[in-house]
Design a protein around this ligand. Structure first.
Ligand code: ADE
Length: 244
């Protein structure tokens, strides 16, 4: 997969893309990332990328020409043209399903907005999609682009140690993940649940599923509405929510 990022601050990506999962995905050759500065696609002396809003009002708006010209040039650099995604607090909220959908594309072009926003013609005629990483406002789309790249990188084949990790982790099945423990079995007088030492795989799987259900019911009951549960599992959830 190839991800192109269009940003006025390319230096913001050097740390995050050079460590951990993203670096591993790049090294494995399953993820190619390139960052492009729309300022390089201006033709005036001062490389102006923003301007006052028509109709007045506070703040500056990102001009359409540098963004259109930058994306045109980036699309011409490689095949396929890619899905153009604007990072904006007005976009679709990012969740597991949206990440899986983005991760399945062969190429993404992520546009990071700045200032008071981007000229509406960019949204309407340049972008295929708009994504928000939460209901709060960042000073620019860059941290959101890093979040998208990280989440999408995990879905590339061979990036996680085991493909199973992806299926088991929180949100993959619409539930939060069960609690995890590692050695030592007793730490500061705190033992791990005994079942995990039993070596009984079927019982451990049952315990984990139950913990997932209980944890989701307590912390994120909103997720349960969409999760696929058996009658027995619905009963476990009902009992858990009834005991306060
Ligand atoms: N740019 C500014 N705020 C944002 C948000 N919450 N999500 C995505 N892009 C943004």
């Amino acid at each position: 997969m190839r991800i192109d990022i269009v940003s006025l601050f390319p230096e913001m990506f050097s740390g995050p893309f050079d460590a951990s999962i993203i670096a591993r995905a790049r090294e494995a050759g399953v993820l190619e990332i390139a960052v492009h500065n729309p300022r390089d696609y201006t033709d005036d002396k001062h490389h102006v990328v923003d301007d006052y809003a028509y109709g007045g009002g506070p703040g500056m708006v990102m001009k359409p020409e540098p963004l259109f010209d930058c994306v045109d040039a980036v699309q011409a650099m490689a095949e396929p043209r890619g899905r153009v995604v604007l990072l904006t607090p007005q976009g679709r909220l990012l969740n597991h399903d949206v990440v899986a959908e983005l991760a399945a594309a062969p190429r993404l072009i992520l546009i990071c907005g700045h200032y008071e926003g981007v000229d509406e013609r960019v949204r309407e005629h340049l972008c295929d999609d708009e994504i928000s990483i939460g209901d709060y406002v960042l000073s620019g789309g860059e941290p959101a682009a890093i979040v998208v790249v990280d989440a999408v990188a995990r879905h590339q084949p061979g990036v996680l140690g085991s493909e199973l990790s992806l299926e088991e982790e929180s949100h993959a099945q619409g539930l939060l993940e069960y609690p995890q423990y590692t050695r030592p079995a007793i730490y500061r007088d705190l033992p791990i649940p005994e079942i995990l030492l039993s070596g009984h795989h079927a019982e451990i799987a049952k315990w984990r599923r139950r913990q997932s259900l209980i944890r989701t019911a307590r912390r994120r009951p909103d997720l349960l509405a969409k999760a696929e549960l058996t009658e027995e599992e619905r009963r476990i959830v009902r009992d858990e929510l009834a005991t306060d």
